[in-house]
Write a protein that binds this ligand. Structure first.
Ligand SMILES: *[C@@H]1O[C@H](CO)[C@@H](O)[C@H](O)[C@H]1NC(C)=O
Ligand SMILES: *[C@@H]1O[C@H](CO)[C@@H](O)[C@H](O)[C@H]1NC(C)=O
Length: 433
């Protein structure tokens, strides 16, 4: 930087800047200015305060617990299983009653599997073979059920077959029942108990009607007429989510149950109500694709008389329900407490140090007291001898000895022994009268 620039910079340090106002005596400009001002006011008052309730304090840290319990039984009669009754312990996984629960609606059962050798399922590409050398002994079948033994097993005279494997045999058959085995699950019910709490406002509530009628929970069903009945028909849950239960039951899927608590806690607690919404969380439009549905496998293990383990493998298809809770509580904020609450005086007293003013007339003694300091000059003292009333607003820094001196009249003066300092007049107070 050049010397000239440095000099200019140095000099500019000592410049004094102030604002200059231009008053335009023009109606159009004036009206425009007021319109803009009004719009901003309207925005702040109308939108921020009235619509968005900007004066409220919001607690979004909702604490919530969800407990679920499914009820219902189903009867099936199939060639594999024979006559069978299914109750809650059979078809709800996991059994704890958490906010995520699975209801089995269809299944492939493979009973009596034992550790043995058998032909791998023909649906697995890696297991296809033409000769024994295609099946490397000891190699696991990719995406298959076991380890190759080195033999290629063919049925009849066919040219190709599948590798023999060491596995839980027989292996699972392909293909699930087209019609869901537990179609009756549509008529099962689930009890969803949700308790919430807004910790900041110490407010809590549940979604269950507060009643002493024992039969209420046994007979009611959630619906527009019973918003506080937490018993849901599974078929309704799925149809409210926009799907068909029987279609979904065959392949499985995921249903989301959202419970929303948006509470204006300025209103009575009865106005703080849960709002339910239901949606399908797995991609319903991919119904025909390979990725559609929801299933998993589990097994039940047994031991025979010869101490050899065997098991029943179940590939379960079903509907998983995810209960999600969110919400926020809004309450008066500090600002409103300050001005509108009934006890505002008390509140303000706590927030602000009280300031008392004493007004007295200028008299001879004014210049000597020292317990006061000038806070605001209400009316300046005119020239000495002027008989006009002169008032000074003073801030009390030390309590007055007697309150009668506080609101001084014509001839009052600060009490004896208390000195007043008037910095504006450098200790000299102009006498009058
Ligand atoms: C179950 O199925 C078998 C054969 O299909 C039949 O004989 C039997 O009566 C059925 N049981 C019931 C209770 O329907
Ligand atoms: C569910 O119950 C209704 C009425 O009780 C009945 O009409 C319907 O067939 C049942 N649904 C299934 C899938 O069993």
């Amino acid at each position: 930087m050049g010397q000239v620039a440095w000099k200019a910079l140095c000099l500019s340090l000592f410049d004094y800047k102030t604002e200059k106002y231009v008053i335009a005596k023009n109606k159009k400009v004036g009206v425009l200015y007021r319109v803009v001002q009004l719009s901003i006011m309207a925005y702040i008052v109308g939108w921020v305060f009235v619509v968005k309730k900007g004066y409220q304090d919001v607690d979004t840290s909702i604490q919530s617990s969800v407990i679920t319990k499914v009820k219902g039984v189903a009867f099936t009669n199939t060639s594999e299983l024979g006559e069978r009754l299914w109750d809650v312990a059979d078809y709800v996984i996991p059994p704890q009653g958490e906010s995520v629960f699975f209801v089995m609606t269809n299944l492939i059962v493979t009973p009596n599997q034992r550790q043995d050798t058998c032909a791998e399922s023909s649906g697995i590409p890696d297991a296809l073979c033409y000769r024994n050398s295609d099946c490397n002994s000891g190699e696991a079948v990719a995406a298959g059920n076991g380890v190759k033994t080195g033999r290629c097993l063919k049925v009849g005279n066919s040219l190709s077959g599948t590798c023999e494997i060491l596995a839980w045999c027989p292996v699972e058959k392909k293909g699930r029942p087209k019609k869901p085995l537990l179609a009756n699950a549509e008529n099962f019910t689930v009890y969803i108990k949700n308790s919430i709490r807004f910790p900041r406002f110490k407010f809590s509530k549940t979604n269950v009607l507060d009643t002493t009628d024992d039969s209420y929970l046994k007979t009611c069903r959630y619906g527009p007429d019973h918003p506080y009945c937490p018993i849901f028909h599974l078929g309704n849950l799925v149809s409210w989510a926009g799907s068909n239960f029987q279609e979904m039951a065959s392949e499985g899927g995921v249903i989301g149950i959202q419970i929303e608590w948006n509470c204006d806690l300025d209103k009575p607690p009865s106005e703080c109500n849960p709002h339910y919404s239901f949606s399908r969380l797995d991609n319903k439009f991919a119904e025909k694709s390979v990725s559609s549905g929801y299933n998993f496998r589990f097994a039940k293990y047994y031991r025979d008389a010869a101490d050899v383990d065997f098991r029943t493998l179940i590939k379960a298809y079903g509907i998983r329900f995810d209960v999600m809770v969110n919400g926020k509580g809004a309450f008066f904020c500090d600002l409103v407490l300050l001005y509108f609450l009934q006890k505002s005086n008390f509140y303000r007293g706590k927030k602000y140090e009280e300031v008392r003013y004493v007004v007295f007339r200028c008299k001879g003694a004014c210049g000597v007291a020292e317990a006061f300091e000038i806070s605001t000059l209400g009316e300046s003292c005119r020239s000495p001898g002027n008989r006009q009333k002169r008032g000074f607003k003073m801030r009390l820094v030390r309590p007055l000895a007697s309150p009668t001196h506080g609101t001084a009249g014509h001839h009052s003066r600060p009490p004896q022994g208390i000195a007043v300092n008037f910095p504006l007049f450098k200790g000299k107070f102009p006498n009058s009268e």
